[in-house]
Design a protein. Structure first.
Length: 606
């Protein structure tokens, strides 16, 4: 069968953020990109847009049936890091698009989707159009895995022995998870199963502060808690000049802030309220409670009890608050159990201005999210907050259970868990991972202000120049990581990626996604025979070839095996050196405009 009327690399270009032969597409040189830049400014003609959509449809319907299967669309979304089962807006869009039988999308419906106003079908259209906040998500996750493996063998630091139950957690536990504001999710290591469940400890404080902000208001909070970094240990026995805790991110401030959540109610009622709200932030994933950790804290919390009574004597508490009840409630908050995946989704809710990326439910206001993130940046890492701000430059919060959450506004939330902590109470591996992350990616707020040529911007597509990738974003696509050459992280042992899992195999005879999306295409030299990777806890869905998979988690989707890596990972295209930079600038402008429209829509509907 002949190939559809589209360049065989065009879908890869589209998934990486551009139009065929144009912005973010492939086979365009500097002159082509300059021409595209002009056309973007003056808008494309209807004919060109129609042709573009027709070509894209033909690529997704290689058999010429006049319809795109739902399975094909779901596979594309999984490759982009989206879960069409758990991500409510995406599932609803697929349900609305498909025929009453629920298994295909015809051309007219597809055309309407691609030409609809911004808010209509936005998740699916952004996925197909390569306009998700992390357009090259598989490659980005590959870099996270590389950083993870580089710090895995660190064995410095100690577990929090002053809480006996925490000292029993194996020190080798290590997990990471990321969730973007578009709902792309990835986890690796001890991040989502029973081995990856840990108590929140102080990482609960940003979220409890946001709830208190919503319910009591900022003015009420400032009557009882300051917002300056203390420069002292998180459990230091000190107050500010006004006799108040320095900020809500340290023990003293967190205890007082928690008293402002449903004051006057029974502790059980307040606790259920918090768990329900936290579950909403986590996209509906229920949290659990560790009775052993709670009792362990209660039995050894002499310092916190002394601090509580000291604050009571200084008038820091609301006048009607009982010290024992306040501390008991705080200990219960710290004993809530989560996975890295849940923490990442909750943090992404903060990054997404209080709107959960998985459900699109408003969990708290923009003002609450903004105030929380500001405090995380200035005070979230205990007495090392200043050093953290200067070297890593991301809003973050740590807990003595070994958790660290990082919030990158309008981009993503990231959670790291490793039990060994340093003298400041911060996870040793988590701190090192965060440093490596910011050394590699342009995430620090000052990188955004002054610009950098040496860091990768993960919000821009990967572009490749003649003979290899172009700097700086090209390093995302570098090959050879962990024996991978063109393969994504879905098949890496221990990883969970909402996308296809694939091992070795390559070659031109496979029936994988690349074979379907680009019929008749021969595999390039970099896709020869990738080493077979042992699939760990990988959530996969039906692939485009319908062949058997080695993935081990059949609980969510029907496993498949992809004999070739996804098309967007192959990068078998070339371009003059100037081309990618021009296209990258255009893509950045388009991305910023899209984000602005998206935020306007979200807050019009609140």
């Amino acid at each position: 069968m002949s190939s559809p009327p589209i360049l065989q690399s065009d879908l890869g270009g589209f998934l990486s953020g551009g139009r065929p032969g144009g912005v973010g597409g492939f086979g365009a040189g500097a002159e082509d990109c300059a021409s595209v830049a002009g056309s973007v400014a003056s808008s494309s003609s209807t004919t060109a847009e129609d042709t573009y959509i027709q070509n894209l449809f033909a690529t997704l319907d290689p058999e010429g049936t006049g319809a795109i299967s739902r399975r094909t669309l779901e596979s594309i979304t999984r490759e982009a890091g989206l879960d069409p089962v758990r991500l409510t807006p995406l599932r609803e869009q697929l349900d609305q698009l498909c025929d009453p039988g629920g298994d295909s999308v015809d051309y007219d419906t597809f055309y309407d989707l691609m030409t609809a106003p911004e808010h209509a079908g936005s998740i699916l259209r952004k996925t197909i159009g390569g306009q998700l906040v992390i357009p090259s998500f598989t490659e980005f996750c590959q870099e996270l895995v590389d950083i993870f493996e580089s710090v895995r063998m660190m064995n410095t630091g100690q577990r929090a022995s002053y809480i006996p139950e925490l000292s029993r957690v194996p020190s080798q536990r290590f997990g990471i998870a990321v969730c973007t504001v578009d709902g792309q999710v990835f986890e690796y290591g001890d991040a989502s199963d029973t081995r990856g469940t840990t108590c929140m400890q102080a990482t609960c404080t940003p979220f409890s502060y946001a709830l208190a902000f919503e319910e009591a208001g900022q003015e009420k909070i400032l009557n009882h808690v300051g917002r300056e970094p203390s420069g002292a240990a998180f459990n230091a026995f000190i107050l500010n000049a006004d006799g108040l805790p320095h900020n809500p991110m340290i023990n003293a401030g967190a205890i007082v802030t928690a008293t402002l959540i449903k004051p006057g109610e029974l502790t059980s009622t307040r606790m259920q309220h918090v768990m329900d709200r936290f579950q909403k932030m986590a996209g509906g994933m229920p949290l659990s409670f560790s009775q052993p950790v709670y009792l362990s804290e209660l039995e050894t919390a002499h310092r916190n009890f002394a601090l509580g009574y000291f604050m009571k004597s200084q008038g820091a508490y609301p006048s009607d608050m009982n010290v024992e009840e306040a501390l008991d409630f705080y200990f219960q908050l710290c004993s809530l159990e989560v996975t890295c995946e849940q923490l990442a989704i909750m943090t992404a809710t903060l990054a997404n201005r209080g709107v959960c990326p998985l459900s699109e439910e408003v969990c708290f206001s923009l003002e609450a999210a903004k105030s929380t993130i500001q405090l995380m940046y200035s005070c979230g890492m205990n007495e090392s907050s200043g050093e953290w701000a200067c070297t890593i430059g991301l809003p973050a919060k740590s807990g003595v259970s070994g958790c660290i959450i990082l919030c990158i506004p309008n981009v993503l939330g990231l959670a790291i868990w490793s039990p060994n902590i340093d003298e400041c109470g911060n996870s040793v591996r988590g701190t090192k991972f965060s440093r490596e992350l910011c050394d590699r990616f342009s995430l620090n707020i000052f990188d955004q202000l002054i610009g950098t040529t040496s860091h990768i911007d993960p919000t821009l597509p990967i572009n490749y120049a003649e003979g290899g990738p172009s700097a700086p974003n090209a390093s995302l696509g570098r090959s050879g990581r962990h024996g991978l050459h063109g393969a994504g992280v879905g098949g890496i042992q221990g990883g969970s990626f909402i996308g296809p899992s694939f091992g070795g195999g390559g070659g031109s005879g496979g029936g994988g996604s690349a074979a379907l999306l680009s019929p008749g295409r021969e595999s390039g030299p970099d896709m020869g025979t990738a080493p077979a990777m042992s699939a760990g806890r990988v959530s996969t869905g039906p692939g485009l070839s319908g062949v058997t998979s080695t993935a081990h988690d059949p609980s969510l989707f029907t496993p498949t095996r992809m004999s070739e890596a996804p098309l967007s990972l192959k990068k078998l295209h070339s371009r003059e050196a100037a081309g990618p930079r021009v296209a990258q600038l255009i893509n950045k402008q388009q991305h910023q405009e899209l984000q602005h429209k998206r935020h306007q829509l979200v807050y019009r509907n609140q």
